[in-house]
Design a protein around this ligand. Structure first.
Ligand SMILES: Nc1ncnc2c1ncn2[C@@H]1O[C@H](COP(=O)(O)OP(=O)(O)OP(=O)(O)O)[C@@H](O)[C@H]1O
Ligand SMILES: [Mg+2]
Length: 420
């Protein structure tokens, strides 16, 4: 990093001066590297250091481990701001002066009842607020009710219909709110490493540049066959009783590229005959690692089988799973046509409102929304989405083989499979 860093709060930009004022809502959105996370982390530490018994909760829609939380950033700020003697960093919380605390939670782990435990908190800081569900926002707002309490939101906008965008940037934004866009060009501490990334994106990823760096909404693929609206409208918090559960795997061809994941998704048919996406467990790693993950998902969800794409060689794929566990029902599928063609029957189920995501799966959903009627409109490989698509195709065989001409869109890897 070429530039000197100070410990003054909000040193990265004058914009942050506005956010020092008390306000019920503080909403900061923009592209990557604008200093949103650093500012809020510093502001949280400064508040805790100067207000006895200060209580804050850092939330995300989904937080599977503390590594995904802002805990580490806050710990670094405590040290850098010279307050180590005031705070006590524990495994899952940071104790603040005067008996307060900073905790880290995922909204998905909370119910309307359990969320009331946050009532006495002074600040809620929501990172990656673009993934916040309408339900989470609805639960949070009345819960945070201590005198002078504040709700802070930082996000990189995706879609005008995302609940946080509707709330702050829609027709009727809340009063007593500071709402501001900030981008990298206002960050005086913008690091050289990110500048290189930015320059790279400008030439190699021009379609998405405005979204990534200027805080613009995601480009909506023309003729997209899945839309965010469809996915949001059907979203559920819990699944009903499930009749049939499958783990889908779309193995990456290599495990060297940073962008290639092994898609691993868990999907089911409920006793209401609707489809449910239950988990996205995609990962980087070796073939043994994806097989281990797939078997772990099979156990966790008590699944009926593993659907796996075998373009890289059926025997090899089967052997990889069997090296982890023998005796699991493996349903092999072979991709013979374009990705979007394989996705179409599943997109029809979505547009009929017959598939619900149980929770939020931002990366997988991003991939789904890049499928168009003429191809996949992303520079990445849609491994996560395809893992789910393989599952739904198997779970709803009528849908995917109803028209005879659709048969040719799929290979015939197993007799009795959904292609047969
Ligand atoms: N107060 C600060 N002190 C030190 N460095 C800072 C500060 N603010 C910003 N930076 C530098 O700018 C970079 C980007 O800041 P930050 O991670 O807060 O941005 P962001 O808007 O949260 O971006 P993203 O969307 O990528 O999460 C940091 O990695 C850091 O190098
Ligand atoms: Mg950030």
């Amino acid at each position: 990093m070429g530039r000197k860093q100070g410990v003054k709060i909000g040193a990265a930009s004058d914009v942050f001066d506005d956010f020092m004022m008390p306000s019920r809502y503080k909403a900061m959105y923009g592209g990557r590297g604008s200093g949103k996370s650093h500012f809020f982390a510093e502001a949280l530490v400064a508040n805790a250091a100067t207000n006895q018994g200060f209580r804050a909760v850092c939330i995300r829609e989904v937080q599977k481990t503390l590594k995904e939380s802002a805990k580490r950033l806050i710990e670094d700020k405590i040290i850098k701001m010279g307050f180590s003697h005031l705070f006590e960093v524990l495994n899952d919380q940071i104790k603040t002066p005067g008996g307060g605390t900073i905790i880290f939670v995922g909204m998905q782990d909370h119910t309307a009842a359990s969320i009331t435990s946050l009532e006495g908190f002074n600040v809620v800081w929501c990172e990656e607020a673009q993934t916040l569900s309408a339900r989470s926002l609805e639960l949070l707002r009345p819960t945070i009710r201590a005198p002078g309490s504040e709700l802070w939101f930082g996000w990189n906008p995706r879609n005008a219909r995302d609940p946080v965008d509707l709330f702050f940037r829609g027709m009727n934004p809340p009063e007593n709110a500071i709402i501001r866009r900030i981008n990298y060009d206002e960050n005086k501490l913008f690091p050289d490493e990110l500048e290189e990334e930015r320059i790279h994106d400008k030439t190699s990823n021009p379609d998405r540049y405005d979204h990534i760096w200027n805080g613009g909404y995601e480009p909506q693929a023309i003729n997209a066959i899945f839309t965010r609206q469809m996915i949001h409208d059907a979203r559920r918090d819990v699944a009903p009783d499930l009749d049939r559960i499958l783990v889908g795997v779309d193995p990456a061809v290599t495990n060297t590229s940073n962008s290639d994941y092994h898609g691993v998704a868990v999907c089911a048919v409920g006793d209401d005959q609707r489809g449910y996406l239950l988990e996205d467990a995609s990962l980087h790693g070796s073939p043994h690692e994806w097989a281990t993950r797939a078997v772990a998902m099979y156990d966790k969800w008590e699944a009926d089988g593993i659907v796996v794409e075998i373009n890289q060689g059926g025997d090899m794929v089967k052997h990889t799973i069997e090296s982890v566990r023998k005796g699991i029902r493996i349903i092999e599928v072979r991709a013979t046509r374009g990705k979007h063609v394989r996705a179409e029957p599943t997109s029809a189920l979505y547009s009929l409102g017959r598939i619900s995501h149980v929770g939020t799966f931002p990366e997988l959903e991003d991939q789904l929304c890049k499928f168009t009627s003429s191809g996949y409109d992303g520079s990445d490989s849609p491994d996560r989405a395809e893992a789910a698509i393989w599952c739904f195709a198997e779970l709803f065989p009528k849908m995917t083989t109803a028209k005879s001409e659709q048969k040719e869109f799929y290979g015939h890897a197993t007799a009795g499979g959904w292609m047969g």
